[in-house]
Design a protein around this ligand. Sequence first.
Ligand code: MG
Length: 166
Amino acid sequence: MLNAAVQEALNHQIQHELYSAYVYLSMSAYFESANLPGCAHWMRLQSQEEVAHAMKFFTFVNDRGGRVVLEALAQPPVEFQSPLDVFQKALEHERKVSESIYRIYDLASKEKDYPTQVLLNWFVSEQVEEEQSASAIVGLLEMCAGEGPALIMLDRQLGARERDDH
Ligand code: MG
């Protein structure tokens, strides 16, 4: 049986992951409107990954005999200054998600909830990748000052991202 505090934290994390999906979908919409289809594609896949993350927690809570309670989602940001601004915000967002995962990890270890810690191990590694990929794109956008032919090339590169089902 799932500890009540851990269950609450996991339910809140489901909301956090779904909100992430919402944020990235909004970023995808921004890129569509800015005529950057590659960036829009990258963000659409990112959004789908976040839904998959939420579902990992959803399945886990159910498997442990817990009760999933979905929380309200806020409106995501709509307007952005530039492609660089979008990816900087994505990176900030992922850093917050990482902190949230670490807090649940602390709680699960305090409560001696080993299965939750095993689940969270996967998320800890995933967050390293998430932060790294957003940070790499921020670096590239800073290098090309977010404009010109370099931006078009980067857009093409991001457009080649393939779906990663994990
Ligand atoms: Mg996530």
